[in-house]
Design a binder for this molecule. Sequence first.
Ligand code: PHE
Length: 332
Amino acid sequence: MIDELRAIEADAVAQIAGTETLEALGELQRDLLGKTSALGGLKKTLGSLEPDARREAGLVMNEVSEALRGAFETKKNELEALERLARAEAERLDLTEVRTSLDGGHLHLVTQTIEELEDVFVGLGFSVAEGPEVEDDWHNFTALNFGQYHPARDMQDTFFVGLGGPKEVVMRTHTSPVQIRVMEGQEPPIYSIMPGRVYRNEATDSTHLAVFHQLECLVIDRGITFAHLAGTIDRFTKAYFGAGWTSRLRPSYFPFTEPSAEFDIQRPDGTWLELGGCGMVHPNVLSNCGIDPEEFSGFAFGFGLDRLAATRHGVSDLRELASTDIRFLEQF
Ligand code: PHE
């Protein structure tokens, strides 16, 4: 019987060692230690042995039972630890999107667009100017020939800032106030572009953002005509998009330009994209900035950079440009 017990032990230990799941281990435990197991069977025959042999076999039987229980316990701990690891692995947060190495990160598509357009315009002889995003009424409206009660103020849904008198300080609604700052600060000739962020108090959708970007272009010199304006717009359209793109002007109204137009650009597939406004700088605006409208004339245009970038890169929803989803941003 002792040989039999040792054989059972050796076999059981091997089976326990080979078990791979807690479930299988539980089953094995029932098979090897239960009443119907080989060990259980031997236990029942113990009583029929001679007293000495019974004592000896009983000792070995206890040893074997202990050894198996120990082996089960050890294996159970081992499998439980593995299961915990597996669960932790499965629940692990994938933080690999957050780049920890130095290769990660690049300029945002809109910033890239601004830099590219700056290159185009600097190549045409323009300088780059900037102005504040929080503006006073004078620069955002009044100097641009919006009278105090001018209805055109409503064309631009304005965020007002709680500073100064009522409606005196605004988040700039366009980049045109930078025109005023440039004209106040330097004598003509002026050939400047002014990219920047602007704010409109309106609902966002796939083609409108409440916070977006414009690029303003201002030329003041002697003998500047509408033809210079149309030519400059067409030139930059082709420089940024390619030779297959064209532009058109449609009559429009802005208080600070006369005549005024809206301009669209045409995609190679023939469809048009409304991009911005333009016109000859209004004489009142020149006078407001201390420039003699008898001596100088000029043109200005301004357009949405986000739309421009979205069109060139096939982004169908402008809101994506404001998202922080690295999978979107990474593509550009
Ligand atoms: N500032 C105008 C707008 O945001 C666009 C514009 C710029 C129009 C320059 C004329 C000249 O709607």
